[in-house]
Design a protein around this ligand. Structure first.
Ligand SMILES: NC(=O)c1ccc[n+]([C@@H]2O[C@H](COP(=O)([O-])OP(=O)(O)OC[C@H]3O[C@@H](n4cnc5c(N)ncnc54)[C@H](O)[C@@H]3O)[C@@H](O)[C@H]2O)c1
Length: 312
């Protein structure tokens, strides 16, 4: 199958590309190599993919005529490109343009494709709100510009599907971690601080926050399982996470145990938009996708630590 992956140079996009290439699909990637975090890391991801023979087009989805440079005989689109995270340094305009405008341009363009089997929007549990333990029917009540704009992006894609312009689904991911995780995320920072002897910035009150930390292998298992299941997935919104739940404190302790060290901390004011709890309810993914996340936190962190060491 011919598969377009946007945001291919990022954390999730690069893992997805590797897996789909391994399964024998013809992958075309698109990324604008945004400077949200160290561009060298994205270039490294892209180089590894190029060495596998994957074509990567350097384009910005915010610019409509550049989107048009894509081929139109695509079977599946995985739309991973986004302005992620809730960093105070990211402006509303960045969320708006990279999440809403970019998705609008891409879906507008995709509506011209003749053979598109499925447009897979990569959504997020951030759209649900402050305290999340619910199925996909729950009303979205986002508390961050990230959540608000990702919800709008999702609805742009799903509205095209409802109108019959192309079949689409959205997979809402929960706290993904693993090798090549974005450097702004918790486990990347904890591992880096532990190995380099730096202090970890702990947001006030966050030790009690709870997350369904989900290893990248389990997330990619879920994403690739939509291929061939387009009739079942069309118009569906599906949570992808684990139904296990850990506090930030437990996450920190797990890294400390694996690296046999105590991580030094300094306290930062609480982050605006930080969720108290995101526990995944994955009954629908189990039913439709035969989804079966199986990587334990210990195994997953071990993989991430090895990946971090190999990269350093
Ligand atoms: N990492 C997580 O825990 C998590 C959880 C839920 C949802 N998600 C979603 O998964 C997707 C991938 O996230 P990630 O963690 O891999 O982030 P990432 O930043 O590593 O990857 C996103 C990629 O998109 C590219 N990009 C951004 N704006 C673009 C634009 N206008 N045009 C072209 N390319 C652009 C970036 O350069 C980057 O390489 C995002 O949609 C994010 O909202 C991630």
């Amino acid at each position: 199958m011919k598969i377009l992956i946007t945001g291919i140079a990022g954390f999730i996009g690069s893992h997805l590309a590797e897996r789909l290439h391994h399964y024998g699909h013809n992958i075309i990637g698109l990324d604008n190599f945004s400077s949200y975090y160290d561009v060298h890391l994205k270039r490294e991801n892209a180089d590894t993919l190029k060495n596998l023979g994957i074509k990567i087009i350097e384009r910005d989805l915010r610019v409509e005529h550049l989107v048009m440079a894509l081929p139109t005989d695509i079977d599946y689109i995985f739309h991973c490109a986004a302005q992620p995270g809730i960093a105070s340094s990211s402006t509303f305009e960045e969320y708006l343009s990279n999440n809403v405008i970019a998705t609008h341009n891409l879906s507008d363009f995709a509506s011209q494709f003749l053979n598109l089997k499925l447009f897979i929007n990569i959504g997020t549990s951030s759209i649900y709100g402050r305290d999340v333990f619910c199925d996909e029917e729950q009303m979205a009540k986002p508390i961050s510009n990230y959540g608000v704009t990702k919800l709008a992006a999702e609805q742009i894609v799903m509205s095209q599907s409802r109108l019959g312009h192309f079949p689409a689904c959205s997979l809402r991911l929960y706290s993904v971690y693993g090798s090549r995780e974005r450097p702004d995320k918790m486990f990347s920072q904890l591992i880096s601080c532990a190995l380099n002897g730096n202090k970890f910035p702990l947001f006030e009150g966050s030790l009690k926050h709870k997350r369904s930390f989900t290893h990248i292998k389990d997330i990619i298992d879920g994403l690739v399982s939509v291929i061939g299941k387009e009739k079942l997935c069309e118009n569906q919104i599906i949570n992808l996470g684990t139904n296990l739940e850990y506090t930030t404190q437990q996450g920190i302790e797990a890294v400390e145990k694996l690296l046999d060290t105590k991580i030094l901390m300094y306290e930062q004011p609480a982050r605006s938009g930080d969720q108290l709890r995101t526990k995944a309810v994955i009954d629908k993914a189990i039913q439709i996708l035969n989804y079966n996340p199986s990587v334990s936190l210990e195994e997953g962190l071990h993989e991430q630590i090895q990946g971090f060491k190999n990269r350093s």
